[in-house]
Design a protein. Structure first.
Length: 307
């Protein structure tokens, strides 16, 4: 096979890959292959397609080093400024193609705000835990009640009642012995009437003393009932405070879990926002703005790799 035929076959393969192979071009190539070997090299080189630049741009055969001749890089950016190259730029291997710095700064600001919120939640959680410990230490019981004042009042009333009873007994004895002790010349009836009045007075005092005893005992009973109500109220307040502290602790734990999930999501996004760098040195051949999805812009950068 002659060099002309070999060259024609290579051109045909290239055109097949590019989708440019038409019947006219195929006939032209067959005609070129049908020329005699005696045709001069000058005449043979004038026959190929008039677009050698287009043919060479479609030549994606690897270089001698194994690197591709062309590389199409898909980039996701958020704004035009994230794209760090333009068509025609000559770049070295490792050069930055895109860097979503604005989006990264925005996410970092959000992350710092979430970290501050987590610290504030931790303080609230610590306060709730301290409240629970303090309530558990103090308990819901009131200090012991002695009812000392009420008991003392009862004892004083009982002593007064006993004294009043002795006075009544003495006055009754005096009345019983009155006929034998009234001096001669005194009106016995008047003396007896006077002593009866005195007896009535001491009996009234006795009844008052007995009533005072009952009143003091009633006050003691009322104090005990009031104490029982206070103890129940104290237990209810204790339970309410403990429930509030535990509820606050649960809320802080739930809020912290949500904040941690948001931080993890941001960290995952930050991990994807690394700068995209060129794996090979070369030239930016063209830039294609493909589509926009919400805040994301899809861009294709085609690189001509240095041979």
């Amino acid at each position: 096979m002659s060099r002309m035929e070999t060259r024609a076959q290579r051109i045909i393969e290239t055109l097949k890959r590019a989708g440019w192979l038409s019947p006219g071009v195929l006939l032209f190539l067959f005609a070129s292959c049908g020329q005699k070997a005696a045709t001069t090299p000058t005449t043979a080189t004038a026959a190929p397609s008039p677009s050698p630049l287009a043919l060479s741009s479609l030549d994606d055969m690897p270089t001698a080093s194994g690197a591709p001749r062309y590389l199409r890089v898909k980039l996701t950016i958020n704004q035009a400024g994230d794209l760090r190259v333009k068509a025609g730029d000559k770049i070295e291997a490792g050069a930055t193609l895109s860097d979503r710095a604005f989006e990264r700064r925005r996410l970092m600001i959000q992350r710092r705000a979430l970290v501050v919120a987590v610290r504030r939640i931790d303080q609230q959680s610590a306060a709730a835990q301290e409240s629970i410990k303090l309530l558990a230490t103090l308990g819901g019981d009131l200090p012991p009640a002695t009812f000392a004042s009420e008991s003392a009042a009862i004892r004083r009333a009982e002593v007064d009642a006993q004294a009043a009873a002795r006075k009544v007994a003495l006055q009754q004895e005096r009345l019983a012995s009155l006929p034998g002790i009234v001096p001669a010349g005194f009106d016995a009836g008047a003396v007896e009437s006077h002593e009866n009045i005195k007896l009535a007075l001491v009996q009234d005092a006795q009844r008052q003393a007995v009533a005072d005893v009952e009143g003091s005992r009633a006050k003691l009973q009322a104090a005990k009932e009031s104490r029982a109500i206070e103890e129940k109220r104290a237990k209810v307040d204790y339970a309410r405070q403990m429930l509030a502290a535990r509820s606050q602790l649960q809320q802080t734990e739930s809020a912290r879990a949500q904040l941690e999930a948001q931080i993890a999501a941001i960290d995952a996004q930050l991990a994807q926002l690394v700068a995209v760098r060129a794996p090979f040195g070369g030239t930016v051949k063209r830039i294609e703005w493909e589509e926009m999805d919400d805040a994301a812009i899809i861009v294709f950068v085609t690189l001509t790799i240095n041979r």
